[in-house]
Design a protein around this ligand. Sequence first.
Ligand code: MSP
Length: 509
Amino acid sequence: MKPAYYVTTPIYYVNDVPHIGHAYTTLAADVLARYKRLKGFDVFFLTGTDEHGQKVEKAAIAAGETPLELADRVMKRFQSLWEKLEISNTDFIRTTQERHKKGVSVLFERVMEKGDIYLGEYEDWYCTPCETFWTETQLIDYKCPDCNRPTEKLKEESYFFRMSKYQDQLLAHIEANPDFIQPKSRRNEIISFVKEGLRDLSVSRTTFQWGIPVPGNDKHVVYVWFDALTNYITALGYPDEQGNFGKYWPCDVHLIGKDILRFHTVYWPTFLMAAGLPIPKKVFAHGWWTVEGQKMSKSLQNVVEPNMLVDKYGVDAVRYFLLREVPFGLDGDFSHQALVHRINSDLANDLGNLLNRSTAMLGKYFGGVLQAPGEETDLDAAYREKTAAMIGQVDGFIEDLAFSRALQAIWEVISAGNKYIDETAPWTLAKDPEKRERLATVMYYMLESQRVVYSLLSAFMPKTSEKGLCCLGWPQAPDAGDLAWGGLKPGTPIAKAEALFPRIEEKAE
Ligand code: MSP
């Protein structure tokens, strides 16, 4: 039986249309999912939309729609963007679905039965955009310490979750599991937050209606974060603890942005502890994208729309750029110039050109038919070993979610390929009839190394990988067993490759 692997993205609020920030988390999750499938895992990859809460209700009113109409409309934009970006999710959960609402009610009820949710009264400062309560001392000039927007004082009857009770258990868990929260800087941030002391958390609202009713008291709706976080298990069929839940939970990794770390590493695990359920194995928070040095915002009109990027540059160029440009975990800056530069240098020059040159040479020297390699020289061995070493390196980097370094490791082999051609100079060998076998060996090495490269690229750039492999006479989808050297069989016809990534005129941009 294949080992199970479960990866999630946050579920996206439907009050906003998708931008590169959203696409980023989903792309990273997709690379992981595809890579794990390549390695033989049985992968469950979940994404979806977060459709309840005051923020969505307000946006619907402003748009003259019901919240569900708004959600139906916006969630389609997310779904069609994911198709366009070749996202291979297993499921797409909406928090307005029955399966989800039922699971949330059960979880809430279980924690309540245990005595860890109780009725009390709340008075504090609320930030609607962040859907978060703050104490007066946490505010900065009465503004939200996270987003700097105005807060309002709210007093309401509320159910509280006894989060304080789980402080020590949570801290012990974080300390005993160094991989639970990543990167390390984020882990330290959460450790100090928990050490400062956890307050009980308000987990219901009475000031608006758009949410899941609290079981047994429908004056209240369940707090949107209690509702939203539970998606990770309702999509697996919870409260049914057999089936997918039994198979995939606890999840291998929740991928999130740094802004929602506390919800995932403090609230969520303590809810699960209270319910007696296992805790996710890992939560990884990535950084934020700015655009040409500025925060992305509607008011600045600088929101980068992924659809437009894909139309202009192609899906794989966008996928490559977002994961290559910035180390996962750090903040990054988007600019068209940087994207065009990556396309021209890494994709057109290094990757595309290698395939193009090598297939053209095979056409010219051997009529486009791969020949058996002859004796291996030190130069060939070094190239073969570098290709083999890349497989382990990429594996380690992806395990650490260091996508950019994984791509760098692949590109080192691509550069080595271009250098190998320069050093072996096939055009000189071709002039000497005595060197036919040597020439055949060189051709084999440069094409076989690329076959391994394009197999690994299937996680990052699925279309490009397919095109490259097809061109190399490898029409089937690669799997882990195919990564070993020697897969290409002599006698295979290999046609000259088209340019995979035409150069873009930098000035015109
Ligand atoms: N609905 C909640 C998540 C609930 S998960 C149980 C939410 N939604 S969101 O739509 O506002 O944000 C979703 C994700 O997009 C977050 O991980 C956030 O970090 C990410 N990004 C939003 N803007 C971003 C950038 N500018 N850059 C990178 N990621 C960003 O939060």
